[in-house]
Design a protein around this ligand. Structure first.
Ligand code: AQP
Length: 332
């Protein structure tokens, strides 16, 4: 079976609807067809300032959310990035193959650094996409399920794999992004031309999966739409309505066309009210499952330890080949 790898940062108290629809939903599905490696990327999380206690808590809450969404530790290696030291080790080798100019072109760094003030941004934030390349290449992953915002980083991973292979002989699988078109980018409910994001969205534009479902319902009901009345999918002209239709379709499995037909004689209010209910029905049992995973921390930690063991089996093998190819002396 082909291999899949992806990661998510433990940098918020909850995953948001964009994370779920853009990426995590695919993580769960790909377990049926691929060998899957999924991790909570705590090394990435410290590229911005983190409180150690909060980071530890969020790492567990992230793992619990992944389990509650359907990542199955009997079918996937579910682990914490820092438990597998090979990520940082391979990252160094890849950093030495990356041009400074090449790394400087990453738009996510530019955006995030601009927000923090360029002098304050850490070197880790700058090299973040190279660590991400190491994450992927270590597992010889063929596919990486992510949202559209990660496309440029994936392209860097591909370039680094090809460069290494060219210079040192075929070592890495060149990974492909697995981006599902319909939900590649979920938009902010208050500003439907920007992506829903934990750091950029206003609280009312962001649906957190672990917030009070009543609060989520209210946010959906007060989502920004236009002054028209027709419920049609038109991302250019009707960004707000189209975003709600994408979310509705993804959560119910109904096609956009089906939704347009069934709301033909109805108003925005009806669409929002129904979507709010659908969302509440989805998050309520999810939250209960998260809680039950967090009620047994020692079991949760065991699952993660087992995942790290599975991951290391693959990671140590790749790193040994890489170290040999670049010319490091083996331990005598
Ligand atoms: N709005 C989105 N639509 C679709 N997919 C999205 N992703 C994030 N936002 C959207 C995808 O979620 C996965 C996890 O990404 P991450 O751990 O890097 O989380 P993040 O990028 O920190 O989440 P944010 O909200 O996007 O944070 P900021 O704005 O701080 O960078 C990824 O696969 C991502 O594509």
């Amino acid at each position: 079976r082909l291999r899949v790898l992806s990661g998510i940062q433990p940098t918020a108290d909850s995953f948001h609807l964009g994370n779920y629809l853009g990426a995590l939903r695919q993580w769960v599905r790909l377990q049926d067809t691929h060998d899957t490696f999924y991790m909570v990327v705590d090394l990435h999380a410290i590229t911005v300032e983190q409180d150690p206690k909060v980071l530890r808590q969020r790492t567990r809450v992230s793992a619990a959310q992944l389990l509650a969404l359907g990542v199955d530790p009997d079918r996937s290696a579910l682990f914490v990035q820092s438990h597998v030291p090979e990520h940082a080790q391979l990252s160094w080798v890849l950093e030495c193959l990356t041009g400074f100019g090449e790394a400087s072109r990453m738009t996510q760094f530019k955006d995030k650094a601009a927000k923090q003030g360029a002098d304050r941004a850490s070197v880790g934030l700058f090299t973040y996409p190279i660590l991400q390349a190491a994450d992927i290449l270590l597992y010889q992953a063929h596919a990486v399920p992510v949202g559209e915002d990660q496309r440029q980083h994936l392209e860097l991973s591909r370039n680094l794999a090809q460069r290494f292979n060219h210079r040192f002989g075929k070592t890495f699988v060149v990974p492909e992004p697995h981006i599902v078109k319909d939900t590649a980018k979920i938009y902010d409910l208050q500003d439907p031309t920007s992506k829903m994001s934990k750091s950029a969205s206003s609280p009312n534009g962001l649906i957190e999966l672990l917030e009070d479902p009543k609060r989520s319902a209210k946010k959906i009901r007060s989502a920004v739409t236009d002054t028209g009345r027709e419920i049609v999918f038109d991302p250019e002209g009707k960004a707000g309505v189209s975003n709600l239709l994408s979310i509705y379709s993804a959560l119910t499995g109904k096609s956009i066309e089906e939704l347009e037909n069934s709301y033909r004689d109805k108003g925005y209010g009806d669409l929002k009210k129904d979507l709010a209910e659908i969302l509440v029905e989805f998050v309520t049992p999810f939250q209960e499952r998260v809680k039950s995973y967090l009620d047994d921390i020692s079991e949760l930690d065991k699952v993660l330890a087992r995942g790290a063991e599975q991951a290391r089996e693959v990671a140590t093998r790749t790193l040994a080949v890489v170290y040999d190819r670049v010319g490091f002396l083996p331990i005598g």
